[in-house]
Write a protein that binds this ligand. Structure first.
Ligand code: GLC
Ligand code: CA
Length: 542
């Protein structure tokens, strides 16, 4: 067994706003999470990462924090949080917090005070005089959320930088005081008993220079070469490692790292910065074609090659197919037609690759995206912003909507589907975000007693994985002769050896398995000798 808990355990990401509403206001909350701890324990997950639960004006639903050491009253109180930690620990589960420190909310006290030029808080952020007599932004950088990355402030007659929305103001990590503040925040939550942190867009925090960026105006990250994975960022994380993370008995720190390369990922995870990074390359395996109408094409072989590259080059990956920013994995990489089969096949992959698996709430029951883009329901700032930009382009509405749909993070943020009732058992009143159209036939209630369900597949596999460490900490070796779009690999630890075969193609593929062993778990019960059926996945103990 490994001394690091996260190495042989599984993370489950909760988007608290959409998980479970305990007090009938349509918004998920901490007591809702507490009421589902037995569900999570039964499922077999061990570490709960909570998307931000701090006070926030919700321009980006918690990713704009106005107080780092308190609880958003919509979700409960600090007492509820203490209870959550206690109840989770009682079940041998751990809590991981979301650390969002590239930026603060524009309603954070620091930012309000920062607008006085004489205030020490002025230097907490990145202010600068603009070009052209202060009429134009200081540089040509674009925001991750579209549009200019700078906003002018009357009060101090300067512009401030925001790599996301104007309500998310970038902190100045060249200021020692900012480092000290965040150190205090980390220590505060550790003292409350949290296990670790998921660090939001952590490889963007350090801006080496504020010079103009290269590339055209369509580049969402124009200027990125001045702030993505900079030397200064490594230095900061190394300091946190030495001064905070390494002082804990055990902790898990995972970074969300935008546009990360293999070499950079190696550096971040080499032992003196953070434990793991989320990479994004596989998220782009499905490609979008704009014409004649927006549609998606998923190339399973391309996906496989990307996954294998990361598995081979990075010793310990943070494996995920879903989170609160992505489309649902069955819609993204699988197939609605083969809902059950592809849901299980993806689950098999997620839970048997080497690394720590991250399950996103609802993934374990095969929750899907909405059926279509619904203008009236949009809550997420990303499609709202994109819509403004494309509104003047003369394209058919249907096409625009298809386009917006792919960027609409509301898809992942629909309420968890506990049962078939009108609000999916998430709440007794209309939820803050719409329930998906498929909730009546995709929900926990229907799946819990069905041995053939996606839920029970996850549950069985999680239980088996817990007892068979080869599947978590064992080595991984890929069969280079596996057909296109088919994963075939071995997991080995001492004398224990497993083979995993997963067909991610929509069609059957010729394949003869020459390894003899005991079939532990399969994604489908039918078979055809010499072939793998669509989304056939099997775990074999050799
Ligand atoms: C990360 C979060 C995303 C958020 C953004 C800005 O990408 O996952 O939800 O909008 O950072 O904080
Ligand atoms: Ca509530």
């Amino acid at each position: 067994m490994s001394e690091k808990f996260y190495k042989d355990h599984v993370v489950y990401q909760i988007y608290p706003r959409s998980f479970c509403d305990s007090n009938s206001d349509g918004i998920g909350d901490l007591q809702g999470i507490i009421s589902k701890l037995d569900y999570l324990k039964d499922l077999g997950v061990d570490i709960l990462w909570l998307s931000p639960i701090y006070p926030s004006p919700n321009f980006d639903y918690g990713y704009d924090i106005s107080d780092y050491m308190d609880i958003n009253p919509e979700y409960g109180t600090m007492k509820d949080f203490d209870q959550l930690i206690e109840q989770a620990n009682k079940r041998e589960m751990k809590i991981v917090m979301d650390l969002v420190v590239n930026h603060t909310s524009s309603e954070h006290r620091w930012f309000k005070e920062s607008q006085n030029k004489g205030s020490p808080y002025h230097d907490y952020y990145i202010y600068k005089k603009g070009k052209k007599n202060n009429k134009k932004p200081p540089n040509n950088w674009t925001s991750n959320f579209m549009g200019e990355a700078w906003t002018y402030v009357d009060k101090c007659d300067e512009w401030y930088l925001h790599l996301f929305a104007p309500e998310q103001v970038d902190l100045n990590w060249k200021n020692e005081a900012v480092y000290q503040e965040v150190k205090k925040i980390l220590e505060f939550w550790y003292s409350k008993g949290v296990y670790g942190f998921r660090c939001d867009v952590i490889n963007q925090i350090y801006k080496t220079s504020l010079e103009d960026g290269k590339g055209n105006s369509l580049n969402r990250l124009k200027g990125g070469e001045h702030y993505i994975s900079q030397e200064g960022c490594h230095k900061i994380l190394n300091r946190f490692h030495n001064e905070v993370f390494s002082k804990q008995k055990d902790t898990m720190v995972v970074g969300e790292t935008v546009s990360i390369t293999i070499d950079q990922a190696k550096r971040f995870t080499s032992g003196d910065e953070i434990d793991m990074v989320f990479s994004f390359e596989h998220e782009d395996a499905p490609t979008y074609k704009l014409l004649p109408l927006v549609f998606k094409r998923f190339n399973p072989e391309r996906f496989k090659q990307i996954m294998i590259k990361w598995q081979k080059n990075i010793d310990w990956n943070a494996n995920y197919f879903e989170n609160h920013d992505q489309l649902r994995s069955i819609d993204h990489y699988g197939s609605r037609k083969y809902h059950k089969e592809s849901g299980k096949a993806l689950g098999m992959l997620l839970l048997t690759l080497r690394g720590t698996p991250f399950i996103f709430q609802g993934e374990e029951i095969g929750q899907l995206d909405y059926d279509e883009y619904d203008e009236k329901n949009v809550k997420d700032i990303v499609p709202i912003n994109i819509k403004k930009i494309i509104s003047k382009i003369p394209l058919p509405k249907k096409m625009k909507n298809n386009f917006l749909f792919h960027y609409d993070r509301d898809n992942a943020r629909a309420p968890f589907q506990w049962d078939k009732s009108i609000y999916a058992g998430f709440s007794s009143v209309e939820p803050w975000n719409k329930v998906t159209e498929t909730s009546a036939h995709i929900n926990y209630e229907l799946q819990k007693n069905d041995p053939d369900s996606i839920f029970n597949f996850y549950r069985d596999l999680l239980a088996y994985r817990k007892k068979n460490k080869a599947l978590s900490i064992g080595s991984i070796e890929f069969d280079p002769k596996a057909p296109k779009g088919v994963f075939a690999y071995y997991r080995t630890l001492n004398k224990d050896k497993f083979k995993v075969i997963i067909n991610l193609n929509k069609k059957e593929v010729k394949y003869i398995n020459l390894d003899i062993g005991e079939e532990i778990l399969k994604s489908r019960s039918d078979m055809k000798v010499g072939y793998l059926l669509p989304y056939e996945a099997v775990l074999i103990k050799l």
